[in-house]
Every structure is written in structure tokens, then in C-alpha cells.
Design a protein around this ligand. Structure first.
Ligand code: PXP
Length: 238
């Protein structure tokens, strides 16, 4: 069965819009878990635009919540991560001006830095994944970086599907990357821009073991509630 990681960053976005304490991402994490999420994902960005240090502290203290922390390959964020001991870390690229994580990591350019961070995470027994573009080359480099998992960036596929454009080639890239990663012993995750349609399509790829979905789940929950949305997404899994 595919696992669902619910990304609750945008609960913090709504809270921060007023600079107050409501809605509380911690409560969203509890509700999402009760509604069938398998883990909770949060991204502690360098600019702290949504999740703040106190959110990470509060959520990571509750050991009943399997926590996946997204972070840039940055040593000061790593220090914070190690203090809070998330169960999983996903290393992502970060640009100050982007609205969201626009693409996968540039593994070639940042090999040394990523390698240094992965070594420390491995030493601390934190399951680590790399957010990468769906290419065989990036899967190969991920293996060289000695991570447990990769997360394939599905943003391009999701955009093509939403715009009702031809998506076959992008889907083939994701399929091939998934199969190759699985063959060489990397667990495959996928995420970005996903909704009901993309989950239906991607859950047919047997090698993908986990989806991480945020914006759509939080947005759709305004109309139908977190529980109904999570249940509907999970019904799309095989
Ligand atoms: N996976 C990773 C690694 C991400 O960086 C993000 C965005 O924070 C997501 C999944 C979730 O993307 P979305 O909010 O578009 O569902």
C-alpha cells in the first residue's frame, strides 16, 4: 500500500497571514494523522515564510507523529534538524524568490555539500531522501550520495495534466526513473502539485511507495474538510 505524507506548510501560511496563532499546524498534524495520513511533512525554509522553528519543535516532540522534515542542504538548518530529531529528512533545493520548490536538486553542482549533510544524517539514523528531477542520471547520482530514498518532482507532470496538455513523455520519465531507482535499491517517493487526478495516474507505478501532498489537500480541505479529502486521495491508491 502506498503511504501518504501530508504537507501542512500552508496551514502555517494562513496562520502567518494574520501573525496570530490560529490555525495551528500542530493541530493540523494531529487531525491529518487521525484522518489516515501516514506521516506529516513540513518544510523549514531559510526565510521561515510558513513553518517556524516552534512548529518543528512542537510537532517533533510528539513521537506518535512520523515527521518528514524538508530542508535545504544548509548546515544551520541541519543543526536545528538534529536538535529536533525528525524521523525523516528530505533535502530540497531552495531559492528565496521562488513561490514553491520549482525543480529538483542540482546534484552535480551541490554534490559535496549534499554529501556532507547526508553523511551526518545517516550517522544520526535519520532516513534521508533527495528531491530530484525524474532522470536516470539524477537517480544514479543519488545512489552515489548514499541516501535511502529519492523523491521524484512531479510538478511538471501535474502542470501538464492540469492544463490538459500531452503528459505521456513526462510520465514515461517518472516511470523509468522509478523502476531504475527501485532496481538499484532506492525507495521511491513522489510529490509536488499533486491532486486527485495525478494520484490516480501515479499510483499505478508499483515502485512508488510514498506520495507527499500539501497545497491541494489543504486548499481542498477548506471546502470538504481534511478527513474527507485525505480519505478521497487514499481511495485512489491501489
Ligand atoms: N515534496 C516536496 C519535496 C516539496 O518540496 C513539496 C512542496 O513543499 C511537496 C512535496 C508538496 O508539494 P505541493 O504542496 O504542491 O503538494
Amino acid at each position: 500500500m502506498i503511504r501518504l505524507g501530508v504537507n501542512i506548510d500552508h496551514v502555517a501560511t494562513i496562520r502567518n497571514a494574520r501573525g496570530e496563532i490560529h490555525p495551528d499546524p500542530y493541530l493540523a498534524a494531529i487531525k491529518a494523522m487521525k484522518s489516515g495520513a501516514d506521516s506529516i511533512t513540513i518544510h523549514l525554509r531559510e526565510d521561515r515564510r510558513h513553518i517556524r522553528d516552534y512548529d518543528l519543535k512542537k510537532i517533533s516532540k510528539n513521537k506518535k507523529i512520523p515527521l518528514n522534515l524538508e530542508m535545504a542542504a544548509n548546515l544551520s538548518i541541519l543543526r536545528i534538524a538534529l536538535r529536533n530529531k525528525p524521523n525523516f529528512v528530505c533535502i530540497v533545493p531552495e531559492k528565496r524568490k521562488e513561490i514553491t520548490t520549482e525543480g529538483g536538486l542540482n546534484l552535480k553542482r551541490n554534490f559535496k555539500q549534499i554529501s556532507k549533510i547526508v553523511k551526518i544524517l545517516n550517522k544520526n539514523s535519520i532516513r534521508t531522501s533527495l528531491f530530484i528531477n525524474p532522470t536516470i542520471n539524477d537517480v544514479k547520482i543519488s545512489k552515489d550520495l548514499n541516501v535511502n530514498c529519492i523523491e521524484l518532482h512531479t510538478g511538471r507532470l501535474s502542470n501538464l495534466i492540469k492544463k490538459k496538455r500531452e503528459f505521456k513523455n513526462e510520465l514515461i520519465k517518472i516511470k523509468k526513473s522509478s523502476k531504475y531507482a527501485d532496481k538499484i535499491g532506492l525507495e521511491v517517493h513522489a510529490g509536488h502539485g499533486m491532486d486527485y487526478n495525478t494520484t490516480k495516474i501515479l499510483s499505478k507505478i508499483n515502485e512508488i511507495k510514498e506520495f507527499n501532498i500539501g497545497h491541494f489537500i489543504i486548499g481542498e480541505s477548506i471546502f470538504y474538510g481534511l478527513k474527507n479529502v485525505i480519505k478521497k486521495i487514499k481511495r485512489n491508491f491501489k
